[in-house]
Ligand binder design. Structure first.
Ligand code: ATP
Ligand code: MG
Length: 240
């Protein structure tokens, strides 16, 4: 469902992604880890063209990401993204946050969008918060709203960039539970996280990045118990 070949990306002189090749099949759950500045965010942002790449090809569900705006729109419509900072609209209620894109992008009738929004707020276990504003919710609740909002667009792929990094420890679990549930439902997921428990439980593949490259990738079991490269070993010794 995602086919990346020979991807290179520079920020000015800085070579941020080097010769990335990555194929993701439908229903895969991939965890991406690696040190700060290794290019994890940049890589997943290239998948929905939040970042533009200079070399190589990125094809998402058969659509190549180029300067073609139609292609970019098509890909963004089917790829959901959840960030470390929840990026909810503060002046809209929780439910309005969820219905905005279905109404304006999908042209869905308002009542239908509201029904859909409630359905996904139930799925992330906060239907009772629908009429509140994001500022009235805890961090964990806000992140669950962000996930519900993405799901309302019925994405085929969900990208997560450190979704629990801004949360207090007691709220991390409730967000991870929603993500585990999503994985079990068969969603194709790419997750940048240092939650190695989540990786072991959910991922079918763990990718380790360093200095803009994919250094190593393996099943979680092999990755944690039998890391191949010295850089991976060093990284694991620092975070586990
Ligand atoms: P972290 O774990 O800290 O989130 P990361 O692996 O997600 O790190 P990226 O955010 O992808 O790292 O950044 C990779 C490199 O690219 C870093 O050195 C960063 O400083 C640089 N970089 C990222 N975005 C930009 C930008 N917009 N302009 C210039 N350099 C950037
Ligand atoms: Mg990052």
């Amino acid at each position: 469902i995602i086919e990346i070949t020979g991807l290179n990306k520079w920020f000015g002189q800085f070579h941020a992604l080097r010769d990335i090749d990555l194929t993701v099949e439908r229903r895969e759950r991939i965890v991406i880890c690696g040190p700060s500045g290794s290019g994890k965010s940049t890589l997943i942002r290239c998948i929905n063209r939040l970042e533009e790449h200079q070399e190589g090809t990125v094809v998402v569900d058969g659509v190549a990401l180029t300067h073609n705006l139609k292609n970019i729109d098509a890909v963004r419509r089917e790829v959901g993204m959840v960030f470390q900072q929840f990026n909810l609209f503060p002046h809209l209620t929780v439910l309005e946050n969820c219905t905005l894109a279905p109404i304006w992008v999908r042209k869905m009738p308002k009542a239908e969008a509201q029904q859909l929004g409630m359905q996904y707020l139930e799925r992330v276990k906060i239907p009772e918060q629908a009429m509140k504003y994001p500022g009235q919710l805890s961090g964990g609740q806000q992140q669950r709203v962000a996930i519900a909002r993405s799901l309302c667009m019925k994405p085929n792929i969900m990208l997560f960039d450190e979704p629990t990094s801004a949360l207090d420890p007691e709220m991390i679990k409730e967000v991870l539970e929603v993500m585990v549930d999503l994985a079990e439902s068969g969603m194709t997921m790419l997750v940048v996280t240092h939650e190695m428990g989540f990786a072991e439980q959910v991922a079918n593949r763990v990718i380790f990045m360093d200095a803009g490259q994919i250094v190593e990738q393996n099943t979680p079991d092999e990755f944690f118990n039998n890391p191949q490269s010295d850089r991976t070993k060093l990284f694991l010794s620092q975070i586990l």
